[in-house]
Design a protein around this ligand. Structure first.
Ligand SMILES: NC(=O)c1ccc[n+]([C@@H]2O[C@H](COP(=O)([O-])OP(=O)(O)OC[C@H]3O[C@@H](n4cnc5c(N)ncnc54)[C@H](OP(=O)(O)O)[C@@H]3O)[C@@H](O)[C@H]2O)c1
Length: 215
């Protein structure tokens, strides 16, 4: 058994989610409110370590009024335990689980385990299937995956994403090194991820598309 996973992201009209090494706000305030309403419905929010390093997000519900107890558990996929010990995602607003691999240096883990739970899955990079199984057993049955593009690809590759919700902000970023919605090594055309369109919603100047993942 594995948790239900919704991948939620915002991209520009040209499919970018950030420049090479800095973040930007892509969608408008109304979409951010939608995302924070969504966070309320999930057991956990999950991101990759580079998103923590570049964006330093809190990953809490703070765009709408909500008691602290409504904050989902925060999960970071971080093979080597590189999460900075002063990262906002380690603040007291919610519980945090960092998923590392056996490769994580002990000295990194000693710093982090004072502030969060550590789960070891995999030898080199985090084994995402094993991570999902262990999280399910811990009672985490739904996850809102919030990027970045490398983790998004791996989660698709492992067949772990059930639904996609993508907000297209009315901006164009360009740049061949900018991050796209899904990067990684990519799929062969015959193996690309097939989606079923469920809904189209206009929110101010943005469009939110919702899909089921078919394979
Ligand atoms: N617009 C949006 O909605 C949005 C949302 C989120 C992020 N972003 C942007 O995305 C950028 C970060 O994306 P990113 O692609 O660089 O990084 P990322 O997906 O956030 O993190 C990738 C890292 O996760 C770790 N990881 C561990 N196990 C993994 C596995 N099995 N598969 C994949 N990754 C694994 C790897 O580092 P280790 O090997 O060291 O563990 C890998 O380099 C930032 O610029 C951020 O601003 C945008």
């Amino acid at each position: 058994m594995k948790p239900f996973v919704l991948l939620n992201s915002a991209m520009t009209v040209d499919g970018k989610i950030a420049t090479e090494n800095s973040s930007m706000q892509i969608s408008g305030e109304q979409d951010l409110i939608r995302v924070h309403e969504l966070r309320k419905k999930y057991d956990a929010i999950m991101v990759g370590i580079n998103t923590v390093i570049v964006d330093n997000p809190k990953l809490t519900i703070h765009k709408i009024k909500a008691p602290k107890k409504d904050n989902p558990i925060r999960i970071i996929i971080d093979s080597k335990g590189r999460t900075p010990s002063d990262a906002l995602v380690l603040n007291n607003d919610a519980k945090t689980i960092i998923i590392v691999s056996k490769k994580a240096p002990k000295k990194n883990l000693e710093k982090l385990e004072k502030k969060c739970d550590i789960l070891v899955c995999g030898n080199e990079q985090v084994n995402l299937k094993e991570a999902m199984r262990k999280l399910y057993l811990k009672g985490i049955h739904s996850i809102l995956l919030e990027g970045g593009s490398t983790l998004n690809f791996s989660m698709f590759k492992e067949g772990l994403i059930d639904e996609v919700s993508i907000c297209i902000g009315s901006k164009i970023l360009g740049g061949s090194t900018s991050k796209t919605f899904v990067d990684g090594e990519g799929f062969e055309p015959e193996n690309c991820v097939k989606l079923e369109l469920k809904n189209i919603e206009k929110i101010d100047n943005d469009v939110v598309l919702s899909y089921n993942v078919l394979n």
